[in-house]
Write a protein that binds this ligand. Structure first.
Ligand code: CTP
Ligand code: CA
Length: 229
């Protein structure tokens, strides 16, 4: 429908949003990556800016135009994303982890391109765990009352897995998407349930990623602490 002037309910607030997906290099020409386009994170950044926030967008390997009035910091790997988000979070009222962070990275990086060897099968790729950035942000809040939001893509038992994940991560809100062959990834539309640590569940019907972003900010705003300094 017709949209009037946007309520500046994030005026004076600093928010950090991560978007896109991390890439974990294997050698100078190859990486382990994922299918995240970054559209949902960009929508969160753009809607927060439209509502008056000062926005830092930490973008992993996206090919999208910078949203107007948003500071965009490009990153490659999960460890680079972690460093950038922890730094930006130091003075943030809210942090939204919309990025698809690689759970694992290759245990070793080959400084030269990995070559085939005639008559030999390839070596398996050994992986190690990446840090869990959302859990870390939730456990060590940079400011008292900082609101931390996670995203979860689930293929099965969406609500049960989402509830367990919210508790495990310790965040305030978890936006749970059902993903599948042609759901969510790369699409301009999204459908979700937002689970909150107070037990509430807010379903968001299928629609544009901007609309889901606005519903997320609607749930963040009443949870923001008074900003004294
Ligand atoms: N996340 C993170 N650091 C990681 C992995 C995930 O900060 N190393 C964040 C994502 O940005 C997202 C949330 O955690 O906001 C949930 O990601 P998801 O992959 O669903 O959770 P995992 O704990 O990795 O669980 P799973 O084994 O289902 O992948
Ligand atoms: Ca994961």
């Amino acid at each position: 429908g017709e949209r009037g002037a946007v309520e500046p309910d994030l005026a004076g607030r600093r928010v950090v949003v991560t978007a896109g997906g991390t890439r974990e290099p294997l050698d100078p020409v190859r990486y382990l990556g994922n299918r995240s386009s970054g559209k949902q994170g960009y929508a969160l950044a753009a809607t927060a800016a439209a509502r008056g926030a000062q926005v830092t967008l930490i973008a992993g390997n996206t090919e999208l135009p910078d949203p107007a009035g948003v500071d965009v910091l490009p990153v490659g790997t999960a460890r680079q994303l972690r460093e950038a988000v922890l730094k930006a979070a130091a003075d943030a009222d809210a942090v939204v982890m919309a990025a698809a962070v690689a759970d694992f990275r290759p245990a070793a990086y080959a400084t030269g391109k990995i070559k085939k060897v005639e008559g030999r099968e390839p070596e398996p790729i050994a992986l190690v765990r990446n840090p869990d950035i959302l859990a870390e942000l939730s456990a060590d809040r940079a400011r008292a009352g900082q609101v931390v939001v996670g995203f979860a893509a689930e293929t099965d038992d969406v609500l049960a897995n989402g509830r367990a994940k919210l508790a495990r991560k310790g965040c305030d809100l978890l936006v749970v998407n059902e993903v599948g062959e042609d759901k969510a990834f790369g699409s301009a539309e999204n459908e979700a349930v937002v689970l909150a640590s107070d037990g509430s569940e807010t379903p968001v019907p299928y629609g544009p990623k901007d609309a889901l972003a606005d519903r997320v900010w609607d749930l963040v705003v009443p949870r923001l602490a008074e900003r004294s300094a």
